[in-house]
Design a protein around this ligand. Structure first.
Ligand SMILES: *Cc1c(COP(=O)(O)O)cnc(C)c1O
Length: 564
């Protein structure tokens, strides 16, 4: 094993492929794409996450759209190699043994990035401790805190046990991993037999730590009451955290990560601005997210890129020359991807859709701020648009967090709308939105709809997958789309850029802005000015696909964060 790695990347979830259900959505898939690009770029990175033996969950929907959940079981040893060394952490005074499993992320030129999955399902552990690496974002706050100890502290200890001696930077991808910084501080005091950290210890840890924040929603930041944290953590750690001012009424993982990281960033330009306001006094840079081109470009389009942009697999920037792809070949590849999606729709739902019909795609985690039901606000108006401007069909997907009853209600509303749109308009809701369904949808629809409530969308990445596949976005100006939208060139905005917490206009007006643009701009272009639609598709690839890649993003992390 090559233990000369310099950068350690930590994330609660890593989404590498649909068959390894170790992710929920955007954060984990971003982590997977990041590691793929870091491997492509031959960076000396090693990564750590939790195993999640039962995944997030498998979504079951009944005829009314009521969601039930089942564990998503997978056979760990089919994918991962067990490590010979183990480590341990202390929880509530108990020793909890931690095992590691290795997965190698392979880059385009054969460079490997070891990704370690931490696992507490060991006979030596108590029955409760054995479950700690089962459920992603499951359980209560106590369960989550224990998981974060395993990730942050167990992760650093596993890397040490494996012999990684030259680690210079620790990247916390979201606050779940913040306890790694506490462990680094503890290491410094431990070796010298001290109890309290000195200012130079804190400075040394800060120089090592990088923190990427991912949510402008205050509730998205983990905070544990002091009594709970004191019961779970080692007293020595509580003392350290108190001394560095990260522990008063509670333990806030974001504050901890901010306090102990010299370099902090948000995940789009706008999210950087919003974070600077939210964490006033803190320097917050921004590096806009991306997606991994080879992973998300459909096989049909990949063949066309191979023909006209032969270097695209190694150099995502090459996509900027997408204008070289002839219209008819781009269209033929897109139609093939569309037929593949529609085949999947008919196989899984029995609904037969028409590849000639303009197809709208919407797939998200069903969080309230994503407003999955906004487009469906006025069913009669949607029918009227179809009569006036041409046929429409709609493909939806998305999971609600098991305890998010509001989000579950939104799925039921979408199901009710599906019935109400009949018989004129066909709509389908694909169950169990995962990486496979995501890839099918972002390459197979004609427009990618996104309607978050500003400024809640930190970045968003599904629209970037669509852009790489030549699928333009129709989206609220928030997150990455503020940077990606050139009206009538790369896609379309919904409304103007209205920044700030009160920026969202009311639902009826926001919905009408979508309808208006579909009726008067997008559908007429799609049905009567196809060459212009082709141009928009090629611009989506050339202007946005070329830029919103994890290759560009990892370059920026390397220059601004990892090697400075
Ligand atoms: C890409 C992706 C996401 C994240 O996309 P958003 O634009 O942030 O919603 C979530 N889930 C799946 C399955 C994806 O493929």
């Amino acid at each position: 094993m090559d233990t000369s790695r310099r950068i350690a990347y930590f994330c609660m979830e890593v989404g590498y492929q649909a068959t390894m259900p170790t992710y929920t959505g955007g954060l984990g898939i971003l982590a997977g794409d990041t590691l793929r690009s870091a491997a492509d770029l031959r960076l000396p990175v090693v990564a750590v996450t939790l195993l999640h033996r039962r995944g997030y969950f498998r979504q079951i929907l009944d005829a009314a759209g009521s969601q039930a959940e089942e564990p998503e079981r997978w056979n760990v040893s089919d994918f991962l190699k067990e490590l010979p060394v183990r480590t341990s952490v202390t929880l509530e005074g108990r020793t909890v043994h931690v095992r590691g499993w290795q997965f190698d992320v392979l880059g385009a030129t054969g460079h490997r990035i070891p990704l370690y999955f931490l696992d507490t399902a060991l006979d030596a552990n108590s029955e409760f401790d054995r479950t700690l690496t089962d459920h992603l974002y499951g359980g209560d706050a106590h369960y989550r805190l224990c998981q974060e100890v395993v990730l942050g502290i167990g992760g650093v200890r596993l890397l040490r046990a494996l012999g990684y001696k030259s680690l210079e930077k620790f990247h916390m991808n979201e606050g779940h991993a913040a306890l790694l910084a506490a462990e680094l501080l503890d290491e410094r005091t431990r070796v010298e037999g001290r109890h309290d950290p000195r200012p130079e210890d804190v400075e040394a840890v800060m120089r090592q730590c990088i923190f990427t924040t991912h949510t402008p929603v205050p509730a998205g930041h983990d905070e544990f009451p002091a009594a709970q944290a004191t019961a779970v953590l080692e007293p020595r750690l509580v003392n350290l955290l108190t001394k560095v001012g990260c522990y008063d009424t509670g333990l806030n993982m974001t504050h901890l990560a901010l306090k102990l990281s010299a370099l902090v960033n948000g995940v789009s330009r706008r999210h950087g601005e919003v974070s600077r306001r939210m964490f006033s006094g803190q320097t917050v840079d921004s590096i806009t997210n991306g997606v991994h081109a080879r992973t998300w470009v459909s096989p049909e389009l990949a063949r066309i890129f191979d023909k006209y942009l032969p270097l695209w697999r190694e150099e995502t920037f090459t996509l900027r020359q997408a204008m070289r792809v002839p219209n008819h070949e781009l269209w033929a590849a897109h139609v093939q991807a569309k037929i593949r999606l529609l085949d999947y729709v008919s196989r899984t739902t029995g609904i037969v859709m028409d590849p000639e019909v303009f197809t709208i795609g919407f797939a998200r985690r069903m969080a309230a701020y994503k407003r999955a039901d906004l487009f469906l606000h006025d069913i009669e108006r949607i029918k009227q648009i179809q009569s006036a401007a041409g046929p429409i069909q709609i493909v939806y997907a998305g999971k609600a967090h098991p305890r998010d009853t509001g989000a579950k209600e939104i799925i039921k509303k979408v199901f009710a709308a599906r019935q109400a749109l009949l018989p004129e308009i066909k709509m389908t809701f694909l169950t169990n939105y995962d990486m496979q369904v995501g890839a099918l949808m972002t390459s197979g629809v004609d427009v990618w709809l996104n309607t978050p409530e500003p400024p809640m969308e930190a970045s968003g990445t599904s629209g970037m997958k669509a852009a790489m596949n030549g699928v333009p976005s129709l989206s609220i100006l928030d997150g990455w789309w503020i940077e990606g939208c050139i009206e009538n060139v790369t896609g379309w905005s919904i409304g103007r850029d209205r920044e700030g917490p009160d920026g969202g206009v009311d639902r009826a007006r926001a919905a009408e802005m979508i309808y208006d643009k579909l009726e008067h701009v997008i559908l007429p272009m799609y049905y009567h000015d196809r060459d212009r639609y082709f141009d928009i598709m090629r611009h989506a690839i050339a202007i946005n696909g070329a830029y919103f890649s994890t290759q560009r993003m990892v370059h920026q992390y390397a220059v601004k964060m990892y090697f400075r």
